[in-house]
Design a protein around this ligand. Structure first.
Ligand code: NI
Length: 191
């Protein structure tokens, strides 16, 4: 059974870090992907990137189809690289790491990404409109960016109190984590 992972909130250090490329497909990594997918569906997100669950690796998962039908069609992108981008597209975005904030962001309308899948095969995905937005949003997480970085100063100001509250919660969560690590490490069965 996959685990439900804790999603790091806006203000957490790891969300500002450029993630490391994946060098090999380990069992641990496959488990991580299964947990990320489980967490994404459970929280009703359309995508989730490894840094959001505390792992600074260049992996993200998404499922654009699931927003339109009940069928799950997950996409796992390892070491994604943007090959082409063009046009302009505007869409309201939200993020599991920034709960309660939804803002219109300007993105490319079309994007082509090369990546490796869970079998370490090289793949290409071409996306437009909302699907392209999801890919760009998740890709940004791998470069230590969130959609908040793309807000203009007025919209950022309008969300200042919400953002502050989320960042406070993030600080609280990381303190709780530090306290937990101080306690007996033997009781670590839940992984
Ligand atoms: Ni996000």
């Amino acid at each position: 059974m996959p685990n439900l992972l804790e999603v790091k909130l806006y203000g957490s250090e790891i969300l500002n870090k450029v993630a490391e490329p994946v060098t090999e497909l380990t069992t641990e990594l496959k488990e991580l992907v299964a947990d990320m997918l489980h967490t994404m569906y459970f929280t009703e997100g359309v995508g989730i990137a490894a840094p959001q669950v505390g792992v600074s690796s260049r992996i993200f998962v998404c499922d654009y189809e699931y927003t339109k039908s009940e069928k799950k069609k997950p996409l796992v992108l390892i070491n994604p690289e943007i090959l082409e981008y063009e046009g302009e597209y505007h869409l309201d975005e939200g993020c599991l790491s920034v709960p309660g904030v939804f803002e219109e962001i300007t993105r490319f309308q079309r994007i082509v990404i090369r990546y490796r899948d869970l079998k370490w095969k090289e793949k290409i995905v071409e996306a437009t409109d909302a699907f392209a937005v999801i890919l760009q949003h998740e890709y940004d997480h791998l470069d230590g960016k969130t959609f908040v970085d793309k807000l203009n100063p007025i919209r950022k100001m309008a969300n200042a109190i919400k953002l502050k509250r989320i960042a406070n919660r993030a600080a609280q969560m990381s303190n709780e984590l530090l306290c937990k690590e101080d306690e007996s490490p033997q009781d670590n069965s839940s992984k």
